[in-house]
Design a protein around this ligand. Structure first.
Ligand code: ADP
Ligand code: MG
Length: 434
């Protein structure tokens, strides 16, 4: 059995079979390094590995193994955004197999009533955002006195100015001998002191000591002039055979305006940022995961850590502020062994910043031209053809019968044209040569 690789790390047969069911056959490097240590060791850990390499399971599996349910929260997992808290919660839920562990998500925007009810009952693992967890601590509806594990996911973000005070408030309510587990893709120098301050002589597990982007992702930049940005963006989308990706913007306002422009041009896009209501954000992400929405226009905060299967593209509509942000953005694609493409739009005044980012992340970011109309036409035509031809052998006998009916009514070319119009709309005309 290929899954014995997980068993060799010390995981129980029950968990190994849960992993098989989930389709995990082989531990990722960070998992291979973290799991045995966390299964047996009491010390604090700082784990650093590229985005999309399974850091969640790296800490979740040993926790699931080590927790003996007693009705009181023994593990607290903190994440910077609600979406991430929910995602981590679901991942842990899917990893626990048959083990009777109760995992409660606790984040703002979710019904307080429901949360209170969940926290009143037995809970073994709490996954949440710092703000809402502090709410519950203040109301005394959450008791951290039995905490054995405190996890900071996206640790660099959690130790950053905006969050560190909240994290500290939570930290001091946990027993001094609990294990602190920090996980992140990046650790800027400026935050190393923060790690030392909270963690007791942490054991560093670094898969890549350097800031680094996933090698499975091809990285490009495109020279643009500011006023042409949206137009270039649509060309990039049209020139991709199957664009399913995230467009990163710097501000909420930019998210709104880019999304609006895409919408008007007929693309299946949606915007997401901090001003949206929680329920709305969840709905949008669900639509995106189901591929009803193919293009997500997002701020950095809204998309941090998001794990959406098989994204083909990340586009930096605006340059990220820091090299770390670049790594996090690009890391939304090329995940779990899949290939991806990252494209950064660069105006003249951005260029030096791009060079700086490139130097720090040691990435090979190559220049590409704005796709020409000719290329776009070819791709659109191919796309249309392959979609139709894929169906050709897939038609029911009834459909063929109906086709014969139709063909008796009008000219075959006109009939096909009508169907093309109905299926692909006016955007299909993009594929035309005049
Ligand atoms: P990270 O936190 O490092 O960015 P995630 O924990 O979000 O990465 O995992 C990325 C994706 O890889 C998830 O969809 C997860 O289910 C999947 N994954 C994790 N470990 C494995 C594994 N050993 N084999 C296959 N897929 C995995
Ligand atoms: Mg993660």
């Amino acid at each position: 059995m290929t899954t014995s690789a997980f068993a060799e790390l010390g995981l129980s047969p029950a968990l190994v079979s849960a992993l098989t069911a989930k389709g995990f056959t082989k531990p990722t490097p960070i998992q291979a390094a973290v799991i045995p240590r966390l299964l047996s060791n009491q010390g604090d850990i700082f784990g650093q590995a590229q985005t999309g390499t399974g850091k969640t399971a790296a800490f979740a599996l040993p926790l699931i193994e080590r927790i003996v349910p007693n009705g009181k929260p023994q593990a607290i997992v903190l994440a910077p955004t609600r979406e991430l808290a929910l995602q981590v919660c679901k991942e842990i839920e899917s990893l626990r197999g048959n083990k009777k562990l109760i995992i409660a998500p606790v984040y703002g925007g979710q019904g307080m009533r429901e949360q209170l009810r969940a926290l009143k009952g037995p809970v073994d693992i709490v996954v949440g955002t710092p703000g809402r967890i502090i709410d519950h601590l203040d109301r005394r509806t959450l008791d951290l006195s039995r905490t054995r594990f405190l996890v900071l996911d996206e640790a660099d973000e959690m130790l950053n100015m905006g969050f560190s005070e909240d994290v500290e408030k939570i930290l001091i309510q946990t027993p001094p001998n609990r294990q602190l587990l920090l996980f992140s893709a990046t650790l800027p120098k400026s935050l190393e002191r923060m790690v030392q301050r909270y963690a007791k002589d942490p054991f560093y597990i670094r898969m890549k000591a350097e800031l680094h982007t996933e090698s499975l992702t091809e990285q490009w930049y495109v020279d643009i002039k500011e006023p042409e940005k949206v137009q270039v963006l649509t060309k990039l989308i049209d020139a991709a055979t199957d664009f399913y990706g995230v467009i990163f913007c710097r501000t909420k306002m930019e998210v709104d305006s880019v999304n609006m422009a895409l919408h008007k041009a007929g693309y299946a896009s949606a915007g997401i940022h901090g001003d949206f209501k929680q329920s709305e954000r969840e709905r949008i992400l669900q639509q995106f995961r189901k591929r009803n929405i193919m293009i997500l226009v997002a701020t950095d905060v809204a998309a941090r850590g998001l794990d959406v299967k098989e994204l083909t593209h990340v586009v930096n509509f605006s340059l990220p502020n820091t090299p770390e942000t670049y790594v996090h953005r690009v890391g939304r694609t090329g995940r779990a062994g899949q290939k991806g493409t990252a494209i950064t739009l660069v105006s003249r005044r951005d260029f030096r910043n791009l060079q700086f980012i490139q130097r720090i992340v040691k990435a090979d970011i190559r220049r590409m031209d704005v796709p020409s109309i000719k290329v776009i036409r070819r791709i659109q035509l191919e796309k249309m053809q392959s979609q139709v031809l894929a169906q050709v052998n897939d038609c029911h006998e009834g459909h063929i019968h109906l086709a014969k009916h139709l063909l008796a009514q009008a000219d075959p070319i006109q009939i096909v044209a009508a169907l093309v119009k109905q299926q692909f709309g006016d955007r299909a005309l993009l594929a035309l040569d005049s």
